[in-house]
Write a protein that binds this ligand. Structure first.
Ligand code: AMP
Ligand code: GLY
Length: 424
C-alpha cells in the first residue's frame, strides 16, 4: 500500500510514524516532510501549498491513500482535485474545509445548528464595528474571517485595543483578503481544550481530548504561537461531557452541513472553551491539530489506517479506534526568538541520546538534513513526546529527553501540563 502524507511539520512526522507502523506496513511518501520523516518515509521536494505539483505527482504515482496535514491545501481544494483523478483522500472537500477557512461560514453553521458558541456579529465597515463595540463593551474578541496563519484573532481588554484591531483588519488590511470581513465576538472565560473527531460525514468518532499551550512562555505569558506543547487526556473535560460534545457540537454541525449539501469527511477539530455554562466552540479546524496530534496518535492502540479508510468509505465505527491507558505529553522545542524572528540552520545535538530514553519519541517539526547533520529549519523545531502510566510520569520522561537535546538559542516551556498536574 502506498500512502502520500502532505505537510512537513510535527503533525506530519507523527502521522508518518503512526502510518508506517500499521500492520499493513505501507510505503509512505511525505511532501515535503522534514529530517524526521526522512528516516521513515520518502520525502518529496514539493511544498504542501503547491497543489499542481502535488497533483502531478499523485497522478503519476497513484497513492492508494492521501492524508492531508495542513489547512492551506484543504481550503484550496486539493481533495476535490485528487478525487476527480479517482484517488482516495482523507481530508474534507473545499466546501467542507470552509469550517476553518471562513469563520463567518463556521459561525453561521453553528448558529443554524444550535451549537454552543460565542455570540457574534459580522462587519465589513470599521465605523459600524466600532459603534457596536461602544454599545456592548469589553472584553471582546475581534477575528479576521479567513486564514491568517494564527494571527487573525485579538482578545481585547479595552475599547482602544478593540478599535485598533478593527482598524488593522478593515482599514489597514493587515490580513489582506482574510481580514476584509471581521467577527466581533463575545469573550468567553474558561479553560481551553481541543476535541478532535474522525468523521465520514454521518458517523463520528471522538478522539481523546488534548490541551495545547498557545502562549510562548511559562505561565501562559508572552505572544501566541502555533502551540508550545500539549497533553492528552485533558482532565478539564470530565468523561461524562464527551457524549454531550459528540451530540451538541459534532452531531449538530455535521447534520447542518449535510442539510446544505456538504459532506464532511476527515478530521473535524473543535477548539472549545470550557465555561461555567459548559463547553462552547471557539473555532473549528478542518485537520489534525499541531501539537495535539503528537499526543493523540501515540495513545491509539494498533492500526489507524482502517479508520482513515472508513472515513472515506462511510463505514466509520467507534470500535476502530482504541486507546492505551497511558497519558501522553509533548514538549515543543522552538528556535530562539520564536514566534518573532528566529534563526535557522543551527545544528541539533543529542537526538540519538534522546531517542534512547524509554517511552519517549522525538517528533521533528522545523528540521532538515544537511551533510549528515540535522539542522533547525523552522520556528517550532521538535516535539519531544512521551507516554507514561500517569501524566506526571509522561511529563518527567518528556523533560528527561528534552534535557539530552541542545542547539543554539533553544527555547521551550518548562510547565507543559502543569495545570493538569495541579488539578490531579
Ligand atoms: P481561534 O483561532 O478562533 O481559536 O482563536 C485563537 C485564540 O483566541 C483561542 O485559542 C482563544 O485563546 C482566543 N479566543 C478566540 N475566541 C475567543 C472568545 N470568544 N473568547 C475568549 N477567547 C477567545
Ligand atoms: N494546536 C492548534 C492548531 O493546530 O491549530
Amino acid at each position: 500500500m502506498k500512502i502520500l502524507v502532505i505537510g512537513g511539520g510535527g503533525r506530519e512526522h507523527t502521522l508518518v510514524w503512526k502510518l508506517v507502523n500499521d500492520s499493513c506496513r505501507p510505503q509512505v511518501f511525505c511532501a515535503p516532510g522534514n529530517a524526521g520523516t526522512a528516516g521513515l518515509a520518502t520525502n518529496l521536494d514539493i511544498k504542501a501549498e503547491d497543489i499542481p505539483a502535488l497533483v502531478a505527482w499523485a497522478k503519476k504515482n497513484r497513492p492508494d491513500l492521501t492524508v492531508v496535514g495542513p489547512e492551506a491545501p484543504l481550503c484550496a481544494g486539493i481533495t476535490d482535485v485528487l478525487e476527480k483523478e479517482g484517488l482516495r483522500v482523507f481530508g474534507p472537500s473545499k466546501a467542507a474545509a470552509r469550517m476553518e477557512g471562513s469563520k463567518v461560514f463556521a459561525k453561521d453553521v453553528m448558529m443554524a445548528a444550535g451549537v454552543p458558541t460565542a455570540q457574534s456579529s459580522t462587519f465589513t465597515d470599521a465605523g459600524k464595528a466600532i459603534d457596536f463595540i461602544q454599545d456592548i463593551g469589553v472584553p471582546i474578541v475581534i477575528k479576521a474571517e479567513g486564514l491568517a496563519a494564527g494571527k487573525g484573532v485579538t482578545v481585547c481588554a479595552t475599547r482602544e485595543e478593540a478599535e485598533r484591531a478593527v482598524r488593522e483588519a478593515l482599514v489597514d488590511g493587515a490580513f489582506g483578503e482574510a481580514g476584509q470581513r471581521i467577527l466581533v465576538e463575545e469573550f468567553l472565560d474558561g479553560e481551553e481544550v481541543s476535541v478532535l473527531a474522525l468523521t465520514d460525514g454521518n458517523h463520528v468518532v471522538l478522539l481523546a481530548s488534548a490541551q495545547d499551550h498557545k502562549r510562548a512562555y511559562d505561565q501562559d505569558k508572552g505572544p501566541n504561537t502555533g502551540g508550545m506543547g500539549a497533553y492528552s487526556p485533558a482532565p478539564v473535560l470530565k468523561p461524562g461531557q464527551m457524549p454531550d460534545i459528540e451530540r451538541e457540537v459534532f452531531g449538530r454541525t455535521l447534520a447542518e452541513l449535510k442539510s446544505r449539501g456538504i459532506h464532511y469527511k476527515g478530521v473535524l477539530y473543535a477548539g472549545l472553551m470550557v465555561t461555567r455554562d459548559g463547553p462552547k466552540v471557539l473555532e473549528f479546524n478542518c485537520r489534525f491539530g499541531d501539537p495535539e496530534t503528537q499526543v493523540i496518535l501515540p495513545r491509539i492502540e494498533g492500526d489507524l489506517i482502517p479508520a482513515l479508510q472508513a472515513c472515506i468509505d462511510g463505514t466509520l465505527d467507534p470500535s476502530m479506534v482504541k486507546y492505551k491507558a497511558e497519558a501522553c505529553v509533548c514538549v515543543v522545542m522552538a528556535a530562539g526568538g520564536y514566534p518573532g524572528n528566529y534563526q535557522k540552520g543551527k545544528e541539533i545535538r543529542g537526538l540519538k541520546v534522546a531517542a534512547k530514553v524509554k517511552n519517549a519519541v522525538v517528533f521533528h517539526a522545523g528540521t532538515e538534513l544537511a551533510g549528515g547533520k540535522v539542522l533547525t529549519a523552522g520556528g517550532r523545531v521538535l516535539g519531544v513526546t512521551a507516554l507514561g502510566k500517569t501524566l506526571k510520569a509522561a511529563v518527567d520522561c518528556a523533560y528527561e529527553a528534552v534535557g539530552k537535546i541542545g542547539y543554539d538559542g533553544v527555547m521551550f516551556r518548562r510547565d507543559i501540563a502543569a495545570r493538569a498536574l495541579q488539578r490531579e
